[in-house]
Design a protein around this ligand. Structure first.
Ligand code: NAD
Length: 369
């Protein structure tokens, strides 16, 4: 059976950057040894306008069958204006939970070619190569009870619950340790165990998985406030950063400052393998729908394009092809072709579409030797 990639562009800059990622994926299906069908479906505001729902039931069901799901972005003023009930079923958190993609990998590579773009010293970011492993199916984003309630005298109270169980922590810790094995091999597990019980449990469980199952992988624990400061002060010290849902969300956006732009960061969210050796996979750039630049054709598509590299690596076991794509991106940046978010003095400002075309051209040149 031909493998299928299901594409949900979403809203804001989602459709703009995803169009370029699909262009790159199509290059691989046309010119390389990769056979797959690519099917795009409306999601979010567009789907609501057409079908009265964020995602049609049959597409929601297909998320479990697709070999990979490529997602753009969701949110923004039009999304916010939808009726409250319409935004619950099929929202992005519901998709992540439905697909049981609990392991969110967010690689952060600092390209030498962009060292003049970051607001950090180029010597500090040079050669940064780290991965944030973020737990994606639990924690405060899903914990119950949650909500807002009036407690009298016109006073309102907001409640969320930070909750993790031992198995939830164990499985994400194993992902981080296994990943560390394939890399330089050091884990920083992030928590706030000096204040919150949930994080005390997090620390104990990560310790126990490390000691029992991965005694050869160096493990450090770090409090989240210090971690944020260290990531800016000396990001090179990090290899694998293991974090819960909200902390991982925040720290990986912060990593955008290391690469020069949030628009540079891809992510892969993976489930466990099933009995047939298959696992579900959701790929999305780390950024959101960026309403401030949507519709202008200037969004950086490289985060979305680099998601294709993660698709090749994690869903189709083609690490060589993923490397080829990274090399192509590097070549484009090296000759000073930039979207406005990563533009500096001598570089050439290009549109979202031109950036996609340039990556495809670089792929062709590289593959022709
Ligand atoms: P955002 O990531 O959309 O944008 C933050 C800043 O980074 C903006 O100034 C934006 O212009 C810039 N930026 C982001 N991606 C860029 C790109 N590819 N190229 C150039 N510049 C880029 O975050 P936000 O502004 O906090 O949120 C906007 C909306 O997106 C909100 O509704 C939020 O809920 C939603 N959101 C969605 C996701 C997702 O779909 N996974 C993630 C984060 C935020």
């Amino acid at each position: 059976m031909t493998a299928e990639v299901l594409v949900l562009p979403g809203e804001g800059i989602g459709p703009e950057v995803i169009a370029e990622a699909v262009k790159v994926l199509e290059w691989f299906t046309t010119y390389r040894d990769l056979e797959l069908s690519i099917r795009s479906e409306p999601y979010g505001v567009e789907a609501y306008k057409r079908y009265g729902t964020l995602i049609r039931d049959e597409v929601f069901a297909d998320l479990l069958q697709a070999d990979a799901v490529l997602f753009g972005a969701t949110g923004g003023p039009e999304f916010d204006a939808l009726p409250r009930e319409a935004k619950i079923s099929g929202n992005l958190l519901a998709i992540r939970k439905h697909m049981a993609v609990y392991a969110n990998l967010r690689p952060v590579m600092a390209y030498d070619e962009l060292s003049d773009v970051t607001s950090l010293k180029s010597s500090a970011v040079q050669n940064v190569d780290l991965v944030v492993v973020r737990e994606l199916n639990g924690g405060i984003y899903f914990g119950e009870p949650r909500g807002r309630e009036l407690i009298g005298d016109g006073i309102e109270r907001g409640i969320n619950t930070l909750i993790y169980t031992t198995p939830e922590i164990e499985r994400i810790a194993r992902v981080a340790f296994e990943l560390a094995h394939t890399r330089r091999g050091h884990i920083h597990s992030v928590d706030k165990s000096n204040v919150l019980e949930t994080y005390k449990l997090w620390r104990d469980v990560v310790d126990h998985i490390g000691a029992d199952e991965f005694p050869d992988v160096p493990l450090s624990h770090i409090i989240v406030d210090n971690c944020a400061m260290q990531m800016i002060r000396d990001p090179k010290q990090f290899d694998v950063i293991l974090a819960d849902n909200m902390v991982g969300d925040i720290l990986s956006d912060l990593a955008g400052a290391i690469t020069g732009s949030l628009g540079m960061l891809p992510s892969a969210s993976l489930s466990d393998y099933d009995g047939n050796g298959r696992r579900r996979a959701l790929y999305e750039p780390v950024h959101g729908s960026a309403p401030d630049i949507a519709g202008q054709g200037i969004a950086n598509p490289l985060g979305a394009i680099l998601c294709v590299g993660l698709v090749l690596e994690h869903s189709f076991d083609l690490p060589g092809e993923a490397r080829l794509l990274k090399q192509a991106v590097r070549k484009v940046l090296a000759v000073g072709i930039r979207t406005p978010d990563i533009q500096t003095g001598n570089s050439r400002a290009v549109s979202t579409k031109d950036m996609g075309d340039e990556v495809v051209r670089a792929l062709t040149r590289l593959s022709n030797g």
